[in-house]
Design a protein around this ligand. Sequence first.
Ligand code: GDP
Ligand code: MG
Length: 192
Amino acid sequence: MIIKKAEFIKSYTFGYNGDTIPEICVVGRSNVGKSSFINALCGNGKLAKTSSTPGRTRLINVFSINNGEFNLVDLPGYGYAKASKTDKETWDDLMGHYFETSTSLKQVLVLTDIRNNSEKDKQMLGYLYYYQIPFTLIATKCDKVNKAALYGELNKVSSFLGLGRDNIIPFSSVTKMGSDKVLARLDEVLHN
Ligand SMILES: Nc1nc2c(ncn2[C@@H]2O[C@H](COP(=O)(O)OP(=O)(O)O)[C@@H](O)[C@H]2O)c(=O)[nH]1
Ligand SMILES: [Mg+2]
């Protein structure tokens, strides 16, 4: 797959039910690199707003890819330690509602920092198993780990989260490592 065109469509605060065209969504802890991932994949550094301050995006942002081939959905980050109880409940409501009602969700890309995965990520995977939604794990910020250590770090992620290595794609939005694999995975889930 080649992403030729990516456009921001709309942001939602509440009550997003998904679209009728196929959707791929991106989830992960606040600051894990979701917006940077979307920008790197789409070859547009300004498409999704990135921030070095965690806990900023509390919206569902929808992007249209290749004039309606599919939508890429940037979901609000979870596990932000300083979030208030109300914010956490809002997150649960927003996401629960989306996962329960979305009928065209093809795949969830779960982003986790290669050096810093947590119980929150395990909970997210539990959530996806519960709703029986297929996912692929993307290990982000791999440029921060030297090449010799990468394999070992990936094995740690794999055993911590209880996933096979085939279900983990190492990625960096700085070097674009892993872009090809992600695009191939999207092709598989959208066109098979
Ligand atoms: N070194 C490195 N930094 C990254 C990478 N992806 C994101 N970042 C940085 O991590 C911070 C959070 O990124 P952002 O995309 O806004 O995360 P989000 O909150 O998950 O959307 C920003 O300062 C980014 O520049 C990456 O692959 N490598
Ligand atoms: Mg973001």
